[in-house]
Design a protein around this ligand. Sequence first.
Ligand SMILES: Nc1ncnc2c1ncn2[C@@H]1O[C@H](COP(=O)(O)OP(=O)(O)OP(=O)(O)O)[C@@H](O)[C@H]1O
Ligand SMILES: [Mg+2]
Length: 259
Amino acid sequence: MNTALQPAIHVRGIEKSFKDLHVLRGVDFDVASGSILALLGSNGAGKTTLVRILSTLLKADAGTATVHGFDVAEKPGDVRESISLTGQFAAVDEVLTGRENLVLVAKLRHLTQPGAIADDLLARFSLTEAGGRRAGTYSGGMRRRLDIAMSLIGDPPIIFLDEPTTGLDPQSRIEVWQTVRALADGGTTVLLTTQYLDEAEQLADRIAILHQGTIIQNGTLAELKQLLPAAQVEYVEKQPTLEEVFLALVGAPTGTESS
Ligand SMILES: Nc1ncnc2c1ncn2[C@@H]1O[C@H](COP(=O)(O)OP(=O)(O)OP(=O)(O)O)[C@@H](O)[C@H]1O
Ligand SMILES: [Mg+2]
């Protein structure tokens, strides 16, 4: 079992090939309990492959990985009970309402009081008002939040989020970030993959860069920034970023319903 001293996720020498394509060539990293690791990498770097190995959906060719103290190859059942996986594409049933989606998952997990669990999660994800509406009518951000809410049923100590904000507008992205941050503050360990550098900057305690099959850098944002020399200070007015302008015009999310 997991102890406070052990990392929540421990990965050593993981390799994976698809025929001649040697995608993972010896991946090593740890994720401390209750922290957020952002795994960065270009398209095809192997992020989803790694997440699938750690969530027991795929077997590695070599190396070891433990999740919540359980070896992914030896104890896949125990690993699955310790994690949730939100995939790159939302797994929401569009015909059901948001609340029905949550109740369904709670029932599948044999939890008592599925209705109360659903109502609690709807409130936590600012979806109470939308809860009675078919999920097919939700915006991308609402659907993503519902998807993450569904993955939290049963309170898994470790969650994997594969590109949680791809395709979302800036407001929805910030809402998802707030959600993920709140989870980590509550002690959940989060491994997320992303292609957005600002997402990693905003959210991650540590950032690991997967490139050509290995982790080429792993550190805090401050540590990674020290890899480059500081820019010469020039006395020019700082222009706002497009994101700052966009959010100033449309209003930053307040944690209330968005549609
Ligand atoms: N089941 C499979 N069979 C063959 N090749 C695969 C399989 N799964 C992944 N690959 C290949 O492995 C490489 C890594 O894929 P993966 O999906 O892990 O990348 P990724 O980092 O998640 O990319 P993206 O940012 O586009 O989601 C890609 O070249 C992909 O085509
Ligand atoms: Mg992927």
